[in-house]
Design a protein around this ligand. Sequence first.
Ligand code: BG6
Length: 484
Amino acid sequence: MVSRVIPVDPFDLVIFGGTGDLARRKILPGLYRRFLAGQMPADSRIIGAARAELDDAGFQKMVAEAIAEFVPAERQDKAAIKAFLDRVGYVSIDAKGTGGWDALKSRMRENVVRAFYFSVAPALFGDLAERLHSHGIADAWSRIVVEKPFGRDLASAKALNAVLAEHFDEHQIYRIDHYLGKETVQNLMAVRFANILFEPLWKAEYIDHVQITVAETVGVEGRGAYYDKSGAMRDMVQNHLMQLLCLIAMEPPYHFDPDAVRDEKLKVIRALDAVKPEDIVRGQYLAGGGQGGYLEHCEDPNSRTESYIALKCHISNWRWKGTPFYLRTGKRLRSRASEIAITFKEPPHSIFDDAKGWRENVLVIRLQPNEGMNLMMMIKEPGPGGMRLMQVPLDMSFADALGADAEDIPDAYERLIMDVIRGNQTLFMRGDEVEAAWAWADPIIAGWEARGDRPQGYDPGSSGPEDALMLMHRDGRRWREIKG
Ligand code: BG6
């Protein structure tokens, strides 16, 4: 059963960058879906704000096209789309100048939640924040939503935090990491903190290692220019994989409360050891399957930016000392598959002769696709052949468990935008968390830059560079197969 939809308070949501790719693909279709589900109150307004000279009707047309393209056909309800579009307006705005700000102000209503989504280049965050204040558009109850990348290193993240802090309090700033809005990612907290089953075993004493994999089949074509300045470490590890690691490794917060949860995540990031150069493998996908390789996609034949990274890290605290966390993520890999696998240690003593049949217990949490959980268990092989052991999965697929209801689960952006309106920051990154993640990532990146390391080529459709296999083999372990 999917929980009941509880409408949020009426709001005015301004989307800066309203004509951009993210707004078209995710934000606007997501808002329509929430409207269709009855969560967005009828007296709410969405105002696109961008440089383009459009009027309300022009923007509504663009929104209608985005819905047609990015919302599944069975959810496209003509009457609902029309009613939704009636709540959509547009203001042409000059983020660095004065044009459009008075018009925007005149659109804002009293006594509703005001939220401002900065779906623009981070270089504009400061200008937008300043103008919202100087034009009297934002008040103490307003919220701003900022997209990643939140900086490209510690210094730039600090500068962004500082510029936002000049105009907004931390409780008004919602830094999005869309991984935190994914249903299965939130489920990590439910699994860990609503069951007694795992907690006694959730420590270095019983856990051999943890693998976190986010594998993609897409390359960077079309966004090569941005990506080449970033790479897998900045684009995925510092934020998305780091958040997953935190949810697996954190201590139970005293309450499911935004700051209690974020305090515990911060402690994990701060406890991360520096990563040794030999524990890092970087790769670049080669050409193949009729498609260009990374170097062609990024249009720099000498680029040393990684489209794949695998690394081993350690958390120096009482719970995790001695348990390695292996992280890997990459583009143009075999399948789109994200999962967390927690491998438990051997029982201290085996009473069975069939030692060969023994395999580790592994708890696999599938984030996407086929969301669910799998617990690999040992049982007796059926039949008269004596006490032979075999491994079987205890399988829980969300689609099976929830049936048709699984289709009603809001996607990450929908969920997160509704949390902004509700004023719940639990699934958003706090400024100190982002800075701590950069403080960990910076020396890793500086290290390979100083050494002049070149990423290793890997075949598209493979599971990454050969050296990544060695990273695990060296420790007597192996990666799980990347399977979609
Ligand atoms: C984004 C990255 O934050 O996450 C992209 O910038 C990546 O490079 C994307 O493809 C992956 O998100 P998802 O939800 O498709 O796993």
